[in-house]
Design a protein around this ligand. Structure first.
Ligand SMILES: Nc1ncnc2c1ncn2[C@@H]1O[C@H](COP(=O)(O)OP(=O)(O)OP(=O)(O)O)[C@@H](O)[C@H]1O
Ligand SMILES: O=P(O)(O)OC[C@H]1O[C@H](OP(=O)(O)OP(=O)(O)O)[C@H](O)[C@@H]1O
Length: 206
């Protein structure tokens, strides 16, 4: 039986495949997969899903391993084993506001995809805020007057800059992570050990 790896589609997928190739794994079937969501290589079964769904497949043991952003782990806190950091997907979580605009004294409204992280961040400050959940392009919310600020991922800062926003406070650092199903780690230890070791070695040389 081949180990099953759930891979976050999009940005993380691209970076993981480059990294995986650098470890001498064959990624040809994955690059040429077209619209297929399940692909077998000589050594693995891969499934492609959105980040939060990757954690669900790993939590349920459908996938033995998962490749996912740490932001997703922080937001949804799935019951998985957080095995190791990967050398890509580096970003931080930040509260951002419109440049030159005063931070209002009244109860503030914050837009985010990350409502749990936002809630915890303001709770720690002892501040009560209204939170509006958005699914993407969160930078629009202050510009259009939906919110006073946003809590979102920042990497280069270009998206904020190009939309007239600035970081008010950065508060968490993330990278992509390899996660594992807790029982797979025990039951399939021999099957998973080679790939886990290869990933660890790859991380060490980066
Ligand atoms: N600008 C960024 N820099 C570094 N890592 C990022 C950045 N944006 C997202 N990520 C990481 O990549 C993961 C997937 O993000 P991506 O934008 O590919 O998908 P998404 O946010 O689910 O959006 P979509 O709806 O387009 O799939 C995030 O969970 C995060 O860990
Ligand atoms: O600091 P930067 O390098 O500009 O990166 C930050 C942007 O990247 C992510 O968006 P993504 O591209 O995933 O699109 P989304 O807004 O639809 O999630 C994030 O939500 C920011 O918008």
């Amino acid at each position: 039986m081949k180990p099953c790896i759930a891979l976050t589609k999009g940005r993380i997928e691209k970076q993981f495949l480059e990294f995986f190739q650098s470890l001498n794994y064959d990624i040809e079937p994955l690059i040429n997969k077209g619209r297929k969501l399940r692909v077998e290589t000589d050594d693995f079964q891969f499934v492609f899903a959105k980040g939060v769904d990757v954690t669900t497949y790993v939590e349920h043991g459908i996938a033995d391993l998962g490749i996912v952003g740490e932001d997703i782990l922080a937001e949804f806190q799935p019951d998985v084993y957080n095995l190791l950091p990967l050398p890509f997907g580096n970003c931080r979580m930040a509260l951002a506001v419109e440049e030159g605009k005063e931070w209002p004294e009244r109860k503030r409204c914050i837009a985010s995809k990350y409502t749990n992280i936002t809630k915890a961040f303001f709770k720690e400050k002892g501040e009560s805020v209204d939170i509006v959940k958005l699914e993407g392009s969160v930078e629009l919310a202050p510009i259009l007057g939906l919110a006073d600020g946003i809590v979102d991922i920042v990497e280069t800062g270009n998206t904020l800059k190009e939309n007239g926003l600035i970081v008010k406070e950065s508060f968490m650092e993330f990278s992509a992570r390899c996660i594992a199903n807790r029982s797979s780690l025990k039951i399939k230890r021999d099957l998973l050990a080679p790939v886990i070791e290869a990933l660890q070695k790859g991380v060490a040389v980066k």
